[in-house]
Design a binder for this molecule. Structure first.
Ligand SMILES: [Ca+2]
Ligand SMILES: [Ca+2]
Ligand SMILES: [Ca+2]
Length: 265
């Protein structure tokens, strides 16, 4: 606005100028409010888009880790051993050449599986089903150890191979669900409440939890029902909910055995 223009028009135009100025100030005020609202709205939209993208990324990461676990199982006749370091080292925590006894919960062993350790939000917790039966290998269900479970001798074709993992998975399927081993609670839907105390749904051969953000603001990226020391994970089909953005992938022993059977050469 050119103020000089109004001054040069003399007294008769003063009210018009005041009117013009007043209107302009009102317009400016409205414009500021609208700009504020717009920037707030676009910021909120940005936040929403960003979280959705992150969750999609978490899901993609979970799917990738599941594919890699399956490929590892097919090739090695066992599931990987968790990385029990406080900070992820990326390596399986072995004792000698075998998964250390009792090690069933830790970080996903990225480096041992040929991957790089990802950024913290995508760095996954991992649990594997282990029910050792040293007294009877035909009934062994320690899935982190490759073991002859079908009575073949070393010269036979199916000695200590993926079919022995399938046998171990079948043995695991036959055991009743125990909270001392990796398991799932519900999904807030068909599988019932997400509650590790009151609703223990099934054993799993493994679960992987990608933590993403600390959505429940408890100082840990894992959100309830997940915790660093817990063997319980929410059902993978659990919907997104307030205070929980963790992504879960898991398979029951029967599901993994089915996939392996289909994938046998
Ligand atoms: Ca065998
Ligand atoms: Ca989280
Ligand atoms: Ca948390």
């Amino acid at each position: 606005m050119n103020a000089g223009f109004f001054y040069s028009k003399g007294q008769g135009h003063r009210s018009a100028r005041a009117h013009q100025l007043g209107l302009s100030l009102l317009e400016v005020a409205i414009a500021l409010v609208v700009a504020g609202l717009l920037s707030w709205a676009s910021f909120s939209a940005y936040e929403t888009v960003t979280s959705q993208q992150e969750i999609e990324r978490g899901r993609a990461e979970g799917q990738q880790l599941q594919s890699i676990l399956r490929a590892f199982a097919l090739r090695h006749g066992r599931l990987p051993c968790p990385d029990v370091g406080v900070a992820a080292s990326g390596y399986e925590s072995l004792a000698g050449l075998e998964c250390a006894a009792g090690n069933q919960l830790g970080w996903f062993p990225y480096v041992s599986l040929g991957l790089q350790i990802p950024q913290e939000a995508l760095r996954a917790r991992y649990a594997v089903f282990r029910a050792r039966r040293d007294d009877n290998r035909l009934r062994d269900a320690d899935l982190a150890v490759s073991l002859e479970r079908t009575g073949d001798v070393e010269s036979e074709a199916n000695y200590n191979d993926v079919t022995d993992l399938i046998a171990g998975l079948n043995n695991a399927s036959g055991l009743s669900v125990a909270t001392s081993r990796p398991h799932l609670t519900g999904d807030a839907g068909a599988a019932g409440a997400i509650n590790c105390t009151t609703n223990v749904v099934m054993s799993v051969a493994y679960w992987v939890v990608v933590p993403l953000k600390d959505a429940d603001n408890n100082g840990n990226r894992l959100d309830a029902p997940h915790a660093t020391t817990s063997l319980c994970a929410a059902g993978p089909s659990a919907p997104l909910r307030f205070g929980a953005d963790d992504v879960v992938v898991a398979e029951s022993p029967a599901q993994l055995a089915g996939w392996l059977r289909q994938s046998l050469p």
